[in-house]
Design a protein around this ligand. Structure first.
Ligand code: ADP
Ligand code: ADP
Length: 230
C-alpha cells in the first residue's frame, strides 16, 4: 500500500480548462519524490489535491489506500493534520515568535503545555534553530525562516510532507541545506512530495522525479523546460 497514489487524475478549476489530464503516480511509504515541470504544468495543483484544498474532477487520489473522494468536508481538517506543508514564501506569522509559529500545529491538536514545549524544542533542535525561539520571523535569514517552516511542518510528526517550491526564495547554499534537512527527516521515515524547479538540486541528490508538462507526466528531459521558465 502506498502513502499516496494518483490514478488517472483530472482536475478542472471552476469555469476553467483541465489542469491535470490523467495523471498517474505512486509515492511509496518512506519515499522522497520530486515533481518538476514548467510554471503552469500543474505541480501545485497536485499538492492541493493531496492536501484536499481541491477535489479531483476525474480519477482517484488515494492516501494510505483510501480514496479521498470519500472524505466528507467535516473530515478535511483531520486529513490535513496527517500532513505537514512547506511553502516557497514560508508562511510564518510575523507577529508571533518562532516558538509560537512552530507550536501552532500542536495547539490545534490540544497538546498540554509541557508536551508542547518539549516537542517544539526538539523540532527547533532538529532544524538547528535552538536559541531562536523568542525571535520574530523577520529577524531570521531566509534560510532560517524556511528551517522554522520545516520545524512547524514536522513538529506534529506527520507521515507525509508536501512542499511547494521550498527553495524558491533561497540562495543555492541554503537550498542545499534545506534539501539535506529533508533527507534527514526522510531517513527517519517521513515521506516527501516536493514540487520544484531546482533540477540541478534533484540531480545532485538522486531522488526520483516526475516531470509534468500540461498536466501529465512527460518523458522529456526536464532541463529544457526548466531553462525556459527559470
Ligand atoms: P504549477 O504549480 O506547475 O506552476 P499550477 O498547478 O499552479 O501549476 O497551475 C496549473 C494551471 O492551473 C495553470 O494554468 C494555472 O493558471 C491554473 N490555475 C491554478 N490555480 C487556479 C485557480 N485557482 N483557478 C483557475 N485556474 C488556476
Ligand atoms: P490551518 O488553518 O492552520 O491550515 P488546518 O486545520 O487546516 O490548520 O491544518 C491542520 C494541520 O495541517 C496544521 O496544524 C499543519 O500541520 C497542517 N497544515 C495545513 N495547512 C497548513 C498551512 N497552511 N500551514 C502550515 N501547516 C498546515
Amino acid at each position: 500500500e502506498h502513502i499516496l497514489e494518483f490514478r488517472d487524475v483530472g482536475c478542472r478549476y471552476k469555469g476553467g480548462v483541465d489542469v491535470l489530464n490523467g495523471l498517474d503516480f505512486k509515492l511509496a511509504r518512506g519515499e522522497m519524490l520530486f515533481l518538476t515541470g514548467p510554471s503552469g504544468a500543474g505541480k501545485s495543483t497536485v499538492l492541493r489535491l493531496a492536501a484536499m484544498q481541491l477535489r479531483a474532477t476525474r480519477g482517484q487520489v488515494l492516501m494510505n489506500g483510501k480514496d479521498l473522494a470519500g472524505v466528507r468536508p467535516g473530515k478535511v481538517p483531520a486529513h490535513r493534520r496527517e500532513l505537514g506543508m512547506i511553502f516557497q514564501d514560508f508562511q510564518l506569522l510575523h507577529d508571533r515568535s518562532v516558538f509560537d509559529n512552530i507550536a501552532l500545529p500542536l495547539v490545534i491538536r490540544g497538546l498540554s503545555h509541557t508536551d508542547l514545549a518539549r516537542r517544539v524544542r526538539a523540532a527547533l533542535d532538529a532544524v538547528g534553530l535552538l536559541g531562536r525561539e523568542k525571535s520574530l520571523p523577520r529577524t531570521l535569514s531566509g534560510g532560517e525562516q524556511q528551517r522554522a517552516g520545516i520545524a512547524r511542518a514536522i513538529v506534529a510528526r506527520p507521515q507525509l510532507i508536501l512542499a511547494d517550491e521550498p527553495t524558491g526564495n533561497l540562495d543555492p547554499r541554503m537550498a542545499l541545506d534545506v534539501m539535506r534537512l529533508f533527507e534527514r527527516f526522510n531517513e527517519a521515515g517521513v515521506s516527501f512530495l516536493i514540487a520544484t524547479h531546482a533540477i540541478d538540486l534533484i540531480e545532485q541528490l538522486g531522488h526520483r522525479a516526475i516531470h509534468l508538462e500540461a498536466g501529465r507526466e512527460s518523458q522529456a528531459r526536464p532541463e529544457a523546460a526548466s531553462r525556459l521558465t527559470a
